[in-house]
Ligand binder design. Structure first.
Ligand code: KIV
Ligand code: ZN
Length: 518
């Protein structure tokens, strides 16, 4: 039997802290549940000292997700470690993940500490973490640019203190596979107590080598890989989970290891992250991009028809892409809808089915053919629905050549309907200004994107917006066959997020900060 490589997912920490990828409390819980279905070994749920919001979501994930180890990040100091433990202590399998930089560059310019001082902080941090929790991971930040002798010394010391996992990050994505593999090999050969801990790889993608470096680490003895869904993360991102999992599955004979990942949940996880954050992936992204299993060239299509192994090294089904193009239309009933959702991996409750069916029938009136991606978009919309303080009742826009774009919007709040009009640079801008006049909330639009979900002129458009209100960032999303309706609903969705966050802040303490300060 080959060795198991443990998969440590940091989508909710390293991923979530990157620009454009923030998620609110509810979204983080949904993503964590999906990571559990993916059978991730360790979920890094956040950095509890970083904000009240991070603390609350780590705590809630620790309470709800019982089959995965839940890790929380903390610097190598008492305040951070105590706070991390406060959030993690509810977990069935908690892990404290503490770190300090070990490269001379970081010691000199960032920490202004000597090597001995850093060694002492590392040992003290692991000792304190160990007093709370059996499972302690220690990371040597910027390890790939650290002196290998010093790295060996610090790794030996933290293992002696009880660290169960030692992580060797390529923090700045500087390594190339040969070098990185050699660092891992040196630790195995030179650290006397290395067999008491698992070596972990954590690679960033600045030179596009995060996955290659992680696999080089595995080939040299690492048995944990840290990665993120869609490769999101600081700067160019982290190693992509789906690429790691499928490389190990597809090339297990060469790598001689396996993982416990349920690869059939990969596609759904990727889609969910895109839909929660609005961070799209490129069409030709390995494993989960739209083109990843599309064969265009005539010779390839001919080969595929004769036998798919001619041009396909893994099947779309193995990552959870179900092969079906046209599915349902306006004559399809609830039963067919339920059945199709179940084939797509969503087992809906009666209430969820009712909601999805009511949206489905409206869309089926506007659009002849409903594709799988449309169905997923409908569902994401329904599941993301939050307390709607403002409901869109009516709107009308006029725009055209040599006309001033104008919008009139009617919003329902409680039992009252408020209506106002505004002009703008375009119909969407005019509608957004009318909404601002009604709500009295001053909004800064940070990002707006629109993407067609499936094919055809009547395709559903999925709209993502990112807004800032009082220095806090909120995401909004909507899907509609009418792009202006979708744009208005996505904007309202973000405003409703902001309103319910403010309401909760006033209501309870500690505050659940919905999102990051700008
Ligand atoms: O990239 C890095 O070094 C990190 C550590 C905190 C693990 O994310
Ligand atoms: Zn990192």
């Amino acid at each position: 039997m080959s060795d198991r490589v443990y998969i440590f997912d940091t989508t909710l920490r390293d991923g979530e802290q990157s620009p454009g990828c923030s998620m609110n409390f509810t979204e983080k819980i949904r993503m964590a549940r999906q990571l559990e279905r993916l059978q991730i070994d360790v979920i890094e749920a956040g950095f509890p000292i970083a904000s009240e919001g991070d603390f609350e979501s780590v705590k809630e994930i620790a309470k709800q997700i019982r089959s995965c180890t839940i890790a929380g990040l903390c610097r190598a100091n008492k305040g951070d470690i105590d706070r991390a433990w406060e959030a993690l202590k509810h977990a069935a399998k908690p892990r404290i993940h503490t770190f300090i930089a070990t490269s001379d560059i970081h010691l000199k310019y960032k920490l202004k500490k000597s090597r001995d001082e850093v060694l002492e902080s590392a040992v003290n941090a692991v000792r304190l973490a160990k007093s709370y929790c059996d499972d302690v991971e220690f990371s040597c930040e910027d390890a790939s640019r650290s002196d290998v002798d010093y790295l060996c010394q610090i790794v030996e010391a933290v293992i002696a203190e009880g660290a169960t996992v030692v992580n060797i990050p390529d923090t700045v994505g500087y390594a190339i596979p040969d070098d990185y593999g050699r660092i891992i090999r040196s630790l195995i050969e030179r650290v006397p107590n290395i067999n008491k801990a698992i070596i972990s790889a954590h690679c960033h993608d600045d030179l596009g080598m995060a996955v290659a470096n992680s696999l080089a680490a595995v080939m040299n003895g690492a048995r944990q890989i840290e990665c993120t869904v869609n490769g999101v993360g600081e700067r160019a991102g982290n190693a992509s989970l789906e690429e790691i999992a499928m490389a190990i599955r597809t090339r297990s004979e060469a790598l001689k290891v396996h993982t416990n990942i349920n690869t059939e949940e990969i596609y759904k996880s990727s889609k969910m992250l895109v839909s929660l954050t609005g961070m799209h992936i490129q069409r030709n992204k390995a494993i989960v991009g739209e083109n990843a299993f599309a064969h265009e060239a005539g010779i390839h299509q001919d080969g595929m028809l004769k036998n798919s192994i001619t041009y396909e090294i893994m099947t779309p089904q193995s990552v959870g892409i179900k092969h079906s193009t046209l599915v349902l239309g306006k004559h399809s009933g609830r039963h067919a809808l339920k059945q199709r959702y179940s084939e797509l991996g969503y087992n809906l409750t009666t209430e969820e089915l009712e909601k999805a069916y009511s949206v489905f029938t409206k869309i089926a009136d506007e659009k002849k053919q409903i594709f799988d991606d449309d169905l997923v978009a409908i569902l994401q919309d329904e599941m993301a629905s939050i307390d709607e303080t403002y409901k869109l009742e009516t709107f009308q826009v006029t725009s055209g050549l040599n006309l001033i774009p104008t919008a009139t919007v009617g919003l329902k709040k409680g039992n009252e309907i408020f209506q106002d009009s505004a002009t703008g640079d375009g119909p969407v801008d005019a509608a957004y200004r009318a909404i601002e006049r009604i709500t009295g909330i001053s909004v800064e639009l940070l990002d707006y994107s629109i993407k067609s979900v499936a094919w055809g002129r009547d395709a559903i458009g999925e709209v993502f917006v990112k807004i800032a209100i009082d220095g806090y960032v909120f995401n909004g999303r909507s899907a509609s066959t009418d792009v202006i309706t979708g744009s208005v609903k996505a904007y309202l969705n973000a405003i409703n997020h902001a309103v319910s966050a403010r309401y909760r802040k006033e209501q309870d303490s500690p505050v659940r900060q919905e999102s990051q300060a700008v």
